[in-house]
Ligand binder design. Sequence first.
Ligand code: CA
Length: 229
Amino acid sequence: MSKVLIIEDEVAIAELEKDYLELSGFEVEIENTGDVGLERALKEEFDMFILDLMLPGVDGFEICKKIREVKNTPILMVSAKKDDIDKIRGLGLGADDYITKPFSPSELVARVKAHLARYERLIGSNMAENDTIEIRGIKIDKTARRVWVNDEEKPFTTKEFDLLVFLAQNPNHVFTKEELFKEIWDMESIGDIATVTVHIKKLREKIEMNTAKPQYIETIWGVGYRFRL
Ligand code: CA
């Protein structure tokens, strides 16, 4: 569930925002002063901030600036004056959106939803870039430990997955069965290097179009195996 922090000194407005966001399935917390709001925004994990501009103590300008120094979490600024919106834009504080009081609660909810969706897509695409190996038709998500062959997901056991990742991360390198056994099974296994042969066979059944003519994991006779790039 997405968690939203509202920093707003007008209690009635904060409660109204909270009610509508909770009806839409968000988890919502309120802080009525800038000081505590800022402290929590920096220390705790939230998915979005709704930030009133005029606050006692630290104001919304300062809070926005401080959050942006360390976090990319979406910020929706709320102001009572239209002029302030221009000021926020002009200052380039890094707020994602602006809304002027009075606003309709459904408008607020729609904006929060849109920013959260955009932010989640952004995080999602960054993760895929960092932790995915793609070689021709094979896609390996190392973080989620999932594998797709020509867009179809295939199930892999722990050792099959480890072996596939090791080979795919070291393409065009020939490994002997002994080397692969040592790398993947190490000392924990009661098996022997025949285990490697069995696992290579299983991998081929899952990733190769034709196991008799492997396109990915090649056998180098008398030596071992090589993942073709
Ligand atoms: Ca205020």
